[in-house]
Design a protein around this ligand. Structure first.
Ligand code: BEZ
Ligand code: MG
Length: 574
C-alpha cells in the first residue's frame, strides 16, 4: 500500500516537473537584439508565426491552426484541451503537427503547407488556407523593414503614417515596423473584447488567491500602464472593473463613460476593493478612463449590500465611522504621479545601491505616486492632489498586488520598470499592511490565461532567458551591447530581491556559475565588455552583502578578486 502511494506521489511529481519543463520550452524568447533596419531571421520568424497562428482571427476569417487540427482529429473540445497539461498526448500531437505545418509554410509557402496539413490530418484546405494566407501577409511584413527609410523621412520633417500599437502576436497589423504608434480613443476603453478577456484573467487571479488562502483578498493593488492599455484596448482597466463587480456602459456617443453594477448573485463572490496606481503615461493618455474608474469605486461604495460581500463599502464605511473621514476622501482609490511627473524612481535608487532599509523603497514609491485623481463633494474633478495619508491608508488593507503582462517581447527581468512599479507597490504594502502581500502576474498571452506568483515568474524568466544558452548566446552575438543586456537582466533580477524578496538564492548561484566561474565565459565577457562585467560582479557581491544570497567564502573571495582586477583594468582603459 505504502509503496503504491509512494509511486503515485512520484508519478505526480514527475508530471509536475514535465509540466515545468514544457512551460520553459514553450516560452517565446528573443534570441538576440533587434537591429535597427534589419528584418527578423527565419528561425525567429517561424516561432512568431506559430504563435500568430495559435489564435482565432475572426476579423480575418482565419481560425487558429491548433483548433483546426483538433477538429480534424475529432477532439471534442479544444478549449477543454487547453486546460490539460502539456503532458497530454493529444496536445503534444496537435502542437507537433502545427509546428511542422508552419515549418512547411516557411520553407515552401501557403499551398505546400495547406496540402501537407490536409494529407496528414485531413484539415480541409479551404479552412486552413485563410490562416496560411494571413501568415504570408505577416511574413511579408516582417521582411519589409521600413525603419531606416522612415527615420530619414522623419529627420527631413516628412509625415510618417502611424499604425496601431500592440504586441505582434496579439495584433499582427502593428507591422510593418518603422511607423509611429497611434494611441486609442480613451473613450473606447475598455473594448468588449478586452472586457471579455479581463473577466477570464481576473477570475483566474481570484481563484488562485482563494486556493492559496481560503478566502478572497479584501483589497488588491493594481498597476496600470498606458502603453499596455493601448495594446490591449484596456484589459487592465477592465480587470479593475470586473474585480469591483461592474461593467462599462456606453453613452449615446458610444463612449465608455457609465457604469453598470453586476448583481452579487451574478458575480457569485464579494466585490474586491482595488487600489489603482497608474503610470504617468496612463494618466496623460486616459484621463476619461481614470474618471470612469473613480466613478466605479464610488458607485460600488454606495451600494446597499452586506459588508462581507462588498469590501469597498465595508472599508469606506469603516473609515467614515471610525476614522472620521469624509466620503470623498475615504473612497479615493486612483493614484498617480503629480501632474507633469513620471515614474517612481525606485529603479534608480536600486540600480545605484542608494538605499539602506527596504522600507525606503516603498516610501519612495508612495511619495511619487500619492497624487489622487478623483472628484470633490461637488463633483468637480481633482487631478493630482497630494494625498499621502489616503494612499497609506488604502495600501494598509491590501492583501495582494498584481500586474497584467501583455507582451511576448518584454518580461519582468527585461526592463527595470516592472520592479519599480509592482515591486515598489508591494514593498509599500508590506510596511503599511504589516504583512507581505501575495504578488501575482498574469500571462494573458497564450490562449489559456495563466496566473503566476512573482516568485514563479522570476524563476521562469531566469530559466527561459538569463540562464538559457539560447538567450545569452543570442545576446553575446551583439558583443559589447550583449554583455550589457546580460548585466541588465541580473540587475533587474536583483531589483526583485530588493523590492519583494522574490528571488531564490539558487538563481544567484547559477548566474555566478554560468557567467563568472566558467573561465571561458568570464574571458569572453571580459574581452567584450569589462565595464558591464564589473557591474555584474559587483551586483552579485551586493546581493550577498544585502543578504539575498550566501555563497561560500571561496566564491566570495573569487568575486572580490575579479572586482579588483576589473577595477584596475577598467581604470587603465579609461
Ligand atoms: C506606460 O506605458 O505607462 C509605461 C511604460 C514604461 C514604463 C512605465 C510605464
Ligand atoms: Mg539599465
Amino acid at each position: 500500500m505504502k509503496s503504491k502511494r509512494n509511486s503515485s506521489e512520484r508519478d505526480a511529481r514527475v508530471g509536475q516537473l514535465y509540466e515545468q519543463l514544457a512551460e520553459i520550452e514553450q516560452r517565446l524568447i528573443p534570441t538576440g537584439l533587434h537591429v535597427f533596419g534589419r528584418a527578423a531571421e527565419l528561425k525567429e520568424k517561424a516561432d512568431l508565426l506559430r504563435m500568430v497562428a495559435s489564435f482565432d482571427r475572426p476579423e480575418q476569417g482565419a481560425r487558429a491552426l491548433p483548433r483546426l487540427v483538433a477538429d480534424a482529429l475529432g477532439v471534442e473540445s479544444y478549449d477543454a484541451l487547453l486546460h490539460e497539461t502539456w503532458a497530454s498526448e493529444t496536445r503534444q500531437l496537435i502542437d507537433g503537427v502545427v509546428a511542422e505545418a508552419v515549418r512547411w509554410f516557411c520553407e515552401d509557402g501557403v499551398e505546400t503547407a495547406v496540402d501537407w496539413l490536409n494529407s496528414q490530418t485531413g484539415v480541409d484546405s479551404e479552412e486552413s488556407r485563410p490562416t496560411f494566407l494571413l501568415l504570408a501577409k505577416v511574413a511579408e511584413q516582417l521582411d519589409a523593414n521600413n525603419e531606416i527609410d522612415s527615420l530619414v523621412r522623419a529627420l527631413r520633417g516628412e509625415y510618417i503614417r502611424p499604425g496601431p500599437g500592440a504586441d505582434i502576436v496579439q495584433n499582427p497589423f502593428v507591422l510593418p515596423t518603422g511607423r509611429n504608434t497611434h494611441a486609442v480613443n480613451p473613450y473606447s476603453v475598455p473594448s468588449q473584447m478586452a472586457f471579455a478577456r479581463a473577466r477570464h484573467t481576473a477570475d483566474a487571479l481570484l481563484r488562485r488567491y482563494f486556493d492559496e488562502h481560503g478566502s478572497y483578498p479584501r483589497a488588491l493593488a493594481l498597476v496600470l500602464w498606458g502603453l499596455d492599455n493601448i495594446k490591449t484596448e484596456g484589459e487592465g482597466v477592465a480587470q479593475a472593473l470586473w474585480l469591483l463587480g461592474v461593467r462599462p456602459v456606453r453613452d449615446a456617443l458610444n463612449r465608455a463613460t457609465e457604469i453598470e453594477v453586476i448583481p452579487l448573485e451574478e458575480l457569485g463572490r464579494p466585490r474586491i476593493d482595488v487600489v489603482m496606481t497608474v503610470s504617468g503615461i496612463f494618466r496623460d493618455l486616459f484621463t476619461p478612463t481614470m474618471a470612469l474608474l473613480d466613478k466605479a469605486v464610488r458607485r460600488v461604495a454606495k451600494l446597499d449590500e452586506p459588508l462581507d460581500m462588498n469590501y469597498v463599502r465595508r472599508h469606506v464605511s469603516e473609515k467614515i465611522h471610525a476614522g472620521g473621514l469624509e466620503f470623498d476622501d475615504a473612497v479615493t482609490r486612483v493614484f498617480s504621479n503629480a501632474p507633469g511627473n513620471y515614474g517612481t524612481n525606485v529603479n534608480f535608487i536600486v540600480m545605484q545601491s542608494a538605499w539602506e532599509s527596504d522600507a525606503t523603497l516603498g516610501d519612495l514609491f508612495v511619495t511619487r505616486k500619492c497624487f489622487a485623481y478623483t472628484r470633490d463633494s461637488k463633483g468637480r474633478s481633482i487631478e493630482g492632489r497630494e494625498a499621502r495619508e489616503l494612499m497609506d491608508d488604502a495600501l494598509s488593507r491590501v492583501e495582494a498586488t498584481y500586474q497584467n503582462i501583455d507582451s511576448f517581447e518584454v518580461g519582468i527581468t527585461d526592463v527595470d520598470h516592472y520592479f519599480e512599479y509592482l515591486g515598489g507597490i508591494s514593498k509599500a504594502v508590506e510596511t503599511r499592511a504589516k504583512a507581505r502581500p501575495s504578488i501575482y502576474l498574469s500571462d494573458s498571452l497564450s490562449p489559456q490565461t495563466k496566473i503566476r506568483s512573482l516568485e514563479e515568474t522570476v524563476r521562469l524568466e531566469t530559466r527561459a532567458k538569463t540562464l538559457n544558452p539560447k538567450w545569452y548566446e543570442g545576446m553575446l552575438k551583439h558583443g559589447f551591447r550583449g554583455v550589457a543586456e546580460i548585466e541588465n537582466h541580473v540587475a533587474n533580477t536583483f531589483g526583485w530581491s530588493a523590492t519583494a524578496d522574490a528571488v531564490d538564492p539558487w538563481i544567484y548561484t547559477e548566474i555566478c556559475q554560468t557567467f563568472l566561474l566558467d573561465p571561458m565565459m568570464l574571458n569572453r565577457l571580459r574581452e567584450l565588455n569589462p565595464h558591464s562585467l564589473q557591474s555584474l560582479v559587483r551586483r552579485l557581491l551586493e546581493a550577498h552583502d544585502r543578504g539575498y544570497w550566501n555563497p561560500n567564502e571561496d566564491v566570495l573571495e573569487r568575486l572580490r578578486d575579479m572586482n579588483e582586477h576589473l577595477a584596475n583594468r577598467v581604470e587603465r582603459v579609461v
